[in-house]
Design a protein around this ligand. Structure first.
Ligand code: ZN
Ligand code: ZN
Length: 263
């Protein structure tokens, strides 16, 4: 499996992806907003884009579908319930479904509601797994729930599906929000030395060549995985006395999501 992260350079800071089979050169475009750039990268590498996956229905993830389809005839894959929101879906997928790319790549679909209720993440069946996490999980952060999502569902997705993934899993999110998210982590957990070091190292990173974190990194630097941290909990209790002295993890997650909305 070859992964190409395509930086769009737009105001929303979207990442697009091409996932290719090394044997056949067939490629899957994930959330190809900047379709011209995706087509150029594919051409440079000698790849043929045969499928598109939209992780969810937002326009910054589906806006390049038409351009790719017109140029390549690629088939569009999305959540089975996204049909009314994404024009021209050829294949609706559910949890456990496999997307095959060429002869060598298998991506397993995870049904991950929260950011929206039709959100798919895909996990590669490779020795070192890779998760294409759309707007569910960002480097050092979590997706918002303003446009068709629900924070309680996002918590369930984190606790039941993301939390349990292997530490070595590479994280490929839909946007580059690393710096802002690390700043939020440090606002919530000022003593998080790993987040402080990562912020110092990557504050001025070139998104054309962005840091790729693992789930092990995320467990250390992503507040939404640190619901047990004494500093995180203590600061939630101080800010929201109504949660009591020892709020459960779900309450902490929901309060963090609420704080991040206006942070
Ligand atoms: Zn979105
Ligand atoms: Zn997005």
């Amino acid at each position: 499996m070859i992964v190409e992260q395509v930086w769009t350079g737009n105001a929303y800071r979207n990442f697009n992806y091409l996932v290719a089979c090394a044997e056949t050169g067939e490629a899957l475009a994930i959330d190809p907003l900047d379709y011209n750039k995706c087509l150029e990268v594919a051409k440079d590498r000698g790849w043929e884009i045969t499928q598109i996956l939209n992780t969810h229905e937002h326009g910054d993830h589906t806006g390049g579908n038409k351009g790719i389809v017109n140029a390549t005839g690629a088939k569009i894959i999305a959540h089975k319930d996204a049909g009314a929101r994404i024009p021209g879906i050829d294949r609706g997928v559910s949890a456990g479904d496999i997307i095959t790319v060429g002869k060598t790549v298998e991506l397993e679909c995870l049904d991950t509601p929260g950011h929206t209720m039709c959100h798919i993440c895909v996990l590669s069946h490779t020795e070192q797994p890779a998760l294409f996490s759309g707007d569910t999980l960002f480097n050092a952060g979590a997706g918002n729930c303003h446009n068709g999502g629900h924070p309680a569902e996002l918590y369930d997705t984190f606790s039941r599906q993301l939390q349990v993934l292997d530490d070595s899993t590479l994280i490929y999110p839909g946007h580059d929000y690393l710096v802002n998210n690390l700043e939020f982590t440090l606002d919530r957990e000022p003593d998080n030395a790993k987040a402080a070091a990562m912020l110092a190292d990557y504050r001025d990173q070139d998104p054309e060549n962005a840091l790729v974190t693992t789930l092990a990194d995320e467990r250390e630097i992503n507040t939404f995985f640190r619901l047990h941290s004494t500093s995180v909990v203590q600061r939630i209790v101080e800010r929201f006395p109504e949660v009591g002295d020892s709020p459960d993890e779900k309450t902490v997650f929901l309060k963090l999501r609420e704080l991040r909305n206006s942070w």
